[in-house]
Design a protein. Structure first.
Length: 336
């Protein structure tokens, strides 16, 4: 466990990776299609994918509202109560973590999904070299607000920022949707690049291996020295982007990541992400391991229960609800 601590302690980095992956998958799937993207169908498919489990996460976390009531002003409480089901809480730095701490990401995702039908129609560069240059430029531009934060310290922090630092400006950089626009755009550019290049198996293996070695070296030697705010802002996105290109074709390393248990966990990853934080907190609040006399096996028993909950949500809520919403949408003729 100690070996994995640097990765676990900086797990917030993978939120940016999630937006990168989201832009990449969407762009690769919808780039250069012969039939135009129908906005209503796209938005319906995204809503069917994300909202049912999001609603489930709020329902499971309903008891957390008691803590919110005592921790916030009445005005903020009722604002959060309205904004959160509408996926708008992330636009308020103060309310971003209301009700379900990790669900602020859906505010950003809602914005990015809303704009994607127009983003994919932009005149993106055709040549791989120009796409890579654009990708690097977007990455550098995206780090500007975070670099300015370090230079100006608008929240007047008395120590270097870390994951526990709080203030209006740092919360804006950590939680508000616009802070993740560049990461999503990198993913879109990467998806366009993947769709337009041909890479041999050997080269993909080298790219994947080099990326993994570089990431391992960073976590081993540099993670404790890198500014938190830059890591949160996407400092490692070029390495993650290279890794995704390396894994996007058949090669020995890609086969490792295609191991069936990992694939199954990946299918439930969205449910796991939305449900894990509050569910584990409630296990601790209500001291369930102690009451069930399994405290000796904790935290592993809590982790196992969370994974089982995620798979149950996948098969009992996410998949049936998505099929029902998409089936209902087919009843009316599409509009462009």
């Amino acid at each position: 466990m100690q070996l994995l601590y640097p990765v676990i302690d900086s797990a917030y980095i993978f939120v940016g990776f999630f937006f990168l992956l989201s832009g990449y998958v969407l762009a690769y799937n919808y780039a250069d299609r012969h039939t135009p993207l129908i906005k209503r169908d796209f938005w319906r498919a995204r809503f069917a994918r994300v909202y049912p489990v999001y609603l489930l996460s709020l329902a499971i976390s309903f008891t957390m509202l008691q803590a919110e009531w005592h921790a916030r002003s009445h005005r903020d409480f009722f604002a959060g109560l309205v904004l959160t089901p509408l996926l708008l809480q992330g636009w308020s730095p103060a309310l971003a973590t209301f009700w379900n701490t990790v669900a602020w990401t859906l505010s950003a995702e809602a914005l990015l999904y809303a704009t994607f039908p127009w983003l994919i129609r932009l005149q993106w560069p055709k040549s791989p070299a120009r796409l890579i240059a654009l990708l690097v430029a977007i990455w550098a531009l995206g780090l500007v607000p975070h670099s300015l934060y370090i230079l100006l310290n608008p929240d007047h922090l008395t120590a270097p920022a870390n994951r526990y630092s709080s203030g209006t400006w740092i919360r804006a950089l950590k939680y508000t949707p616009m802070a993740y626009a560049s990461t999503f755009l990198i993913g879109v550019a990467l998806g366009k690049l993947q769709a337009g290049i041909t890479i041999s198996t050997n080269r993909r293996t080298i790219i994947a291996a080099t990326s993994l070695i570089a990431l391992t070296a960073f976590y081993t030697m540099a993670v404790s020295h890198a500014p938190f705010i830059l890591m949160h802002g996407g400092l490692l996105m070029p390495l993650f982007a290279a890794l995704m290109i390396g894994l996007s074709g058949p090669n020995p390393i890609a086969r490792i990541f295609a191991w069936q248990p990992l694939m199954l966990l990946g299918q439930a990853s969205y449910c796991l992400f939305l449900l894990h934080f509050n569910f584990i907190n409630m296990i601790r609040i209500y001291r369930l391991p102690e009451r069930l006399h399994v405290a000796a096996m904790d935290p592993w028993i809590s982790y196992a229960a969370t994974i089982l909950l995620a798979f149950a949500a996948l098969h009992l809520v996410e998949e049936p609800a998505r099929k029902a919403i998409l089936r209902y949408g087919k009843r009316s003729p599409p509009t462009r």
